[in-house]
Write a protein that binds this ligand. Structure first.
Ligand SMILES: *[C@@H]1O[C@H](CO)[C@@H](O)[C@H](O)[C@H]1NC(C)=O
Ligand SMILES: *[C@@H]1O[C@H](CO)[C@@H](O)[C@H](O)[C@H]1NC(C)=O
Ligand SMILES: *[C@@H]1O[C@H](CO)[C@@H](O)[C@H](O)[C@H]1NC(C)=O
Ligand SMILES: *[C@@H]1O[C@H](CO)[C@@H](O)[C@H](O)[C@H]1NC(C)=O
Ligand SMILES: *[C@@H]1O[C@H](CO)[C@@H](O)[C@H](O)[C@H]1NC(C)=O
Ligand SMILES: *[C@@H]1O[C@H](CO)[C@@H](O)[C@H](O)[C@H]1NC(C)=O
Ligand SMILES: *[C@@H]1O[C@H](CO)[C@@H](O)[C@H](O)[C@H]1NC(C)=O
Ligand SMILES: *[C@@H]1O[C@H](CO)[C@@H](O)[C@H](O)[C@H]1NC(C)=O
Length: 469
C-alpha cells in the first residue's frame, strides 16, 4: 500500500536533481495522501536520463531570437544544421538537424516553437530531384517544455514512425508542439502547450514544414502528414485546415488512433471501461487540458475541474517539469481522484472542447485512418463514429479506414506500418485515390495471443563496448 505523505517542504530535498526553474511556481501545498515519492523520483530520473543534452532551459538553442515576435508564421527563426547525433539513440547513418520556427496558437497569436529534422543517408527523390518530406505529429509526451521530443535521445517515438520513415528515405520534419521545447516568447511570455487543441498542432505541422523548406531548399515542396494519438488528431486537423487554408504541396494525411474529441472519448471510455478506471488512466491528460484551458480563457479556475489532490499534483509536476513518466506516477497511483465528478459538464471545458474538436468537418486531400480494436485510450468506436460523420458530411472525400483486430494504442502503428508506408509512397508518386469511404479490417495471421501485445522496451545509449556488438 502506498501511504507515504509528502509535503511541499520536502520537495526541494526530494527533487534535488531538478534544474533551477526560478520563475516556476513552487508547490505551496499540504501533505498529499497516497503518493510514493520514491516512485516519482525514479520516474523523473528515468526521464532525465533520456535527455540528449540537459534541460531545454539550459540549451540556448531553445531560446527565441530577440525581436522575432512579429515575424510571420512559417518563418525560420534559427537553424542548427548538424545536431550532435552521438547524444541521441538514432538509427545508424541517420542525421539530425533542429530548427526554431514561428507558429500560431489556437488564438492565432504568433509564438516560436522547435522542431527536429531526421535525415536519411540517401533520400528518395522527387522528379525534380528534391527530397520527399513527411511531417510527423507525435503522440502525447507531456505538457511542459522538457517534454519536447527534439531533446530526447530516442526522439520520443523512435520506431513508431520517425525511424522507419527516415530509413525508408523520407526527410522527417517533426515539430515539438508549441509549448514543448521553447518555453517563452521572444518577449519573455510563458508559452502554454495547448493539449489536444488539434488545430493548433496542425499549425505547428504546416509551419514547421514551411520553415524547414526554407532552411533546406533541397526538401520537396510536396509533403505528407503522419500522426499518432495526439498527433493523429493533429494530422486529421491538418486535413481539415487544408480545406479552408490550402497549402501548396500538401498530399494527404495518415491519422492513427486519433484523439479527436477529448470529452467524447472520455464519455465513451467511461461507458465501456467504467468512469473511475478511465479517469484514473487519463488523469495526466485531464490535468494537462485543464492547464491548457487557462491559455484560452484566462478567467478559468483550474480548481473548478481538478480536486485539491489533482491541483497539488499538477503543481508538483510543474515544479519538477515532469513528462509522461513522472505524470503517470504522480497522477495514476494511489487511487486518489484527480478530476471533479462534474468535470465533463464544466462550461469552460466544453467551450474549449467546442473550439478544439476535430472530425465531422470538411477535409481536403486523401485521409488514411488507422485504428486498433484493442485500443484502451482511443476506443475503436469513437474513431469509427468520426470516420462516418466526416464521410457523411463530405461523401466525396477520399477516406480509407483500416481497423486492426486486437491491436492496442501504439501497436496499431506497427500492425499497419507496411500499409502507411505504401500509402505515402503512392502519394509522392502522384497516384490518385478514388473519392468516398473505403473500410478494411485486418487480422493477425497467427492467433492473436501469440503476438507481442505492446511496447515493452525503450532505447538506451550504449555505455559499454560489448553492448553494441
Ligand atoms: C515506495 O515505492 C518503493 C519502490 O516501488 C517501495 O520500495 C517503497 O516501500 C514504497 N514506499 C512506501 C512508503 O510505500
Ligand atoms: C523555488 O525553489 C527553488 C529551490 O528551492 C528556489 O531556488 C526558487 O527561488 C523557488 N522559486 C520560487 C518562485 O519561490
Ligand atoms: C549541450 O548543451 C550545452 C549548454 O547549452 C552547450 O554548451 C553544448 O554545446 C551542448 N552540446 C552539444 C554537443 O550540443
Ligand atoms: C530589436 O529591435 C529594436 C527596435 O527596432 C532595435 O533597436 C534593436 O537593435 C533590435 N535588437 C536586435 C537584437 O535585433
Ligand atoms: C558530440 O558529443 C560528444 C559527447 O558529448 C562529444 O564527445 C563530441 O565531441 C561531440 N561532437 C561534436 C562534433 O561536437
Ligand atoms: C482566445 O480565443 C477565445 C475564443 O475566440 C476567446 O474567448 C479568448 O478570450 C481568447 N483568449 C485569449 C487569451 O486571447
Ligand atoms: C458546445 O457545442 C454544443 C454543440 O454545438 C452546444 O450545444 C454547447 O452549448 C456548446 N457549449 C459551450 C460551453 O460552448
Ligand atoms: C461499438 O460498436 C459496435 C459495432 O458497431 C456496437 O455493437 C457496440 O454497441 C458499440 N459500443 C459502444 C459502447 O458504443
Amino acid at each position: 500500500m502506498r501511504s507515504l505523505f509528502i509535503s511541499c517542504l520536502l520537495l526541494p530535498a526530494l527533487f534535488h536533481t531538478v534544474a533551477a526553474q526560478s520563475d516556476a511556481p513552487n508547490a505551496t501545498v499540504g501533505p498529499i495522501p497516497g503518493l510514493n515519492a520514491t516512485d516519482v523520483q525514479a520516474a523523473l530520473t528515468f526521464e532525465r536520463a533520456n535527455w540528449a543534452n540537459g534541460s531545454v532551459e539550459d540549451e540556448s538553442f531553445y531560446r527565441a531570437p530577440l525581436n522575432s515576435s512579429i515575424l510571420p508564421a512559417g518563418t525560420l527563426l534559427k537553424v542548427e544544421l548538424y545536431t550532435n547525433t552521438s547524444l541521441y539513440t538514432l538509427p545508424p547513418q541517420t542525421a539530425l538537424s533542429r530548427i526554431l520556427y514561428q507558429t500560431r496558437n489556437l488564438n492565432g497569436s504568433l509564438i516560436p516553437a522547435s522542431a527536429y529534422i531526421l535525415w536519411p543517408y540517401s533520400p528518395r527523390t522527387q522528379p525534380d530531384g528534391s527530397y520527399p518530406v513527411v511531417a510527423w505529429g507525435h503522440g502525447t509526451t507531456g505538457i511542459f517544455p522538457e517534454c519536447a521530443p527534439s531533446h530526447i535521445k530516442s526522439l520520443s517515438y523512435q520506431f513508431t514512425a520517425p525511424f522507419p520513415l527516415a530509413i525508408q528515405g523520407y526527410v522527417v520534419v517533426a515539430p515539438d508542439y508549441a509549448g514543448l521545447g521553447v518555453s517563452k516568447t521572444a518577449s519573455g511570455e510563458p508559452i502554454i502547450h495547448q493539449l489536444y487543441a488539434n488545430e493548433a498542432a496542425a499549425n505547428d505541422l504546416f509551419y514547421a514544414v514551411e520553415a524547414a523548406q526554407s532552411a533546406f531548399p533541397k526538401l520537396s515542396k510536396e509533403f505528407v502528414v503522419v500522426g499518432h494519438s495526439q498527433g493523429g488528431g493533429a494530422a486529421w486537423a491538418a486535413a481539415e485546415r487544408q480545406a479552408h487554408t490550402p497549402v501548396q504541396g500538401y498530399l494527404g494525411a495518415v491519422s492513427a488512433a486519433p484523439l479527436l474529441n477529448f470529452i467524447a472519448t472520455l464519455q465513451l471510455g467511461a461507458a465501456l471501461l467504467g468512469r473511475d478506471a478511465v479517469f484514473a488512466s487519463v488523469a495526466p491528460s485531464i490535468a494537462g487540458v485543464a492547464r491548457a484551458i487557462t491559455s484560452v480563457f484566462p478567467d478559468f479556475d483550474v480548481g473548478s475541474v481538478l480536486t485539491p489532490a489533482g491541483l497539488q499534483r499538477l503543481r508538483i509536476l510543474e515544479q519538477i517539469q515532469g513528462c509522461n513518466a513522472a505524470a503517470s506516477e504522480l497522477f495514476t497511483t494511489g487511487m486518489v481522484s484527480i478530476a471533479r465528478p462534474d468535470v465533463l459538464e464544466n462550461g469552460y471545458a466544453n467551450a474549449y472542447q467546442n473550439l478544439t474538436s476535430t472530425g465531422g468537418k470538411e477535409i481536403a486531400g486523401p485521409l488514411l485512418v488507422l485504428q486498433g480494436t484493442a485500443d484502451t485510450l482511443i476506443p475503436v468506436n469513437i474513431t469509427t463514429q468520426y470516420v462516418h460523420l466526416t464521410s457523411g458530411r463530405c461523401p466525396e472525400s477520399a477516406i480509407e479506414y483500416v481497423i486492426y483486430e486486437g491491436a492496442e494504442h501504439i501497436p496499431s502503428m506497427y500492425t499497419s506500418q507496411r500499409e502507411w508506408l505504401g500509402w505515402i509512397e503512392d502519394r509522392f508518386a502522384g497516384k490518385k485515390v478514388a473519392g468516398g469511404l473505403r473500410t478494411a479490417e485486418r487480422r493477425s495471421v497467427l492467433p492473436q495471443t501469440n503476438y507481442q501485445a505492446d511496447l515493452n522496451w525503450f532505447l538506451e545509449s550504449v555505455t559499454e563496448r560489448f553492448q553494441a556488438s
